[in-house]
Design a protein around this ligand. Structure first.
Ligand SMILES: C[S@@+](CC[C@H](N)C(=O)[O-])C[C@H]1O[C@@H](n2cnc3c(N)ncnc32)[C@H](O)[C@@H]1O
Length: 316
């Protein structure tokens, strides 16, 4: 018998804090590992993609999303020649095709020196795109995840990388409590059996006066019938990794270069969506000032990007 799935068995897609404690953890180390392995293997649809890539061009996109500053690494490297390099190498045209879209709506932007000298924690770092972004902006970063290939990928450019299940932070890792100026948890808490407990663990790591940036799915696309029915088929009708991979490619169809998005959507056993009131409640409960919804102005948003500052008098 597969474990009870709240989305398929109980028609629960939007998380409510009263569900806390009702569902079982799954093997989080395996859940995203396949897509990070396919990235490291250079598999089409899993490389040169916004959701994973860590090369300079893509990190410059991430920096632009956060700060509004374009071509930061390129300019650092080529200075006055940057525009010419952009044209000659075809980088300008490639940037058009990437269409980074929604996240350019993030506002307010972080000042370009916001992360300089800060101690940051990237929880659920995946292949490391945000770790590399924060490093490029002058932070020191600790990167944690449970996926072997995610950690392997992130170790290519960060030495402070550790295997850690975020659910262990509160009970077993007092050394991480109140230790960071900025904690980033991008696309992780809603993929767990208990997003409330996950958030509490993550929030513990932030210093009084420090910031917590969380990205979670909003109750829109990820609560749609298409997402629900394809996920139900993937988890309930397909047994082997080969069958599942074939289904990912089938769904991606002509959109093969985007296959990682389909795998990301299908693979997680828990795929909660979280509403604004719940997020406001979590930040307040954990000693934060009312958070800012950075993509409030984004039309048709599939996610919330939330930034909160821990009160100076909050306990670590
Ligand atoms: C959707 S991916 C996001 C990766 C990365 N934050 C990014 O934006 O590129 C979710 C990541 O969270 C990690 N993860 C899931 N459950 C976790 C847990 N309980 N503890 C630590 N990491 C976890 C997965 O292994 C995966 O790498």
């Amino acid at each position: 018998m597969p474990p009870v799935n709240p989305h398929f068995d109980h028609d629960r897609v939007v998380w409510r804090d009263e569900y806390s404690g009702q569902y079982e953890p799954v093997a989080y180390d395996a859940q995203f590992d396949g897509q990070w392995k396919l990235f490291l293997d250079g598999q089409q649809g899993f490389v040169r993609h916004t959701g994973v890539e860590t090369s300079d061009e893509y990190i410059d996109d991430r920096i632009e999303e956060l700060t509004g500053v374009a071509d930061y690494l390129l300019r650092r490297r080529y200075g006055m020649l940057a525009e010419a390099v952009k044209r000659v190498t075809g980088r300008a045209a490639r940037a058009q095709r990437r269409g980074i879209g929604g996240r350019l709506h993030l506002a307010p932007k972080f000042p370009i020196d916001h992360f300089q000298g800060k101690r940051c924690l990237d929880i659920g770092c995946g292949a490391g795109r945000w770790t590399r972004t924060l490093l490029a902006l002058g932070a020191s970063v600790k990167s944690v995840d449970v996926s072997e290939h995610g950690l392997k990928s992130t170790r290519r450019f960060n030495s402070d990388v550790e295997r850690l299940d975020l659910f262990e932070i509160a009970e077993r890792r007092p050394d991480l409590h109140g230790a960071f100026d900025f904690t980033l948890c991008w696309g992780v808490v809603m993929c767990t059996h208990d997003p409330l407990v996950a958030f509490r663990n993550v929030a513990r790591t932030v210093k009084p006066g420090g910031e917590l940036y969380v990205m979670v799915y909003a109750p829109t696309y990820h609560a749609s019938e298409f997402v629900l029915s394809s996920r139900r088929h993937y988890h309930r009708a397909l047994a082997t990794p080969e069958q599942r991979f074939t289904y990912v490619l089938e769904l991606a169809g002509e959109d093969r270069d985007n296959a990682i998005n389909y795998m990301d959507m299908l693979n997680t056993f828990y795929n909660w969506t979280i509403d604004e009131a719940t997020l406001n409640g979590w930040y307040a409960m954990c000693g934060f000032e009312p958070p800012v919804f950075l993509n409030a102005a984004e039309p048709h948003k599939g996610a919330h990007h939330v930034l909160g500052r821990k009160r100076a008098d909050a306990r670590g």
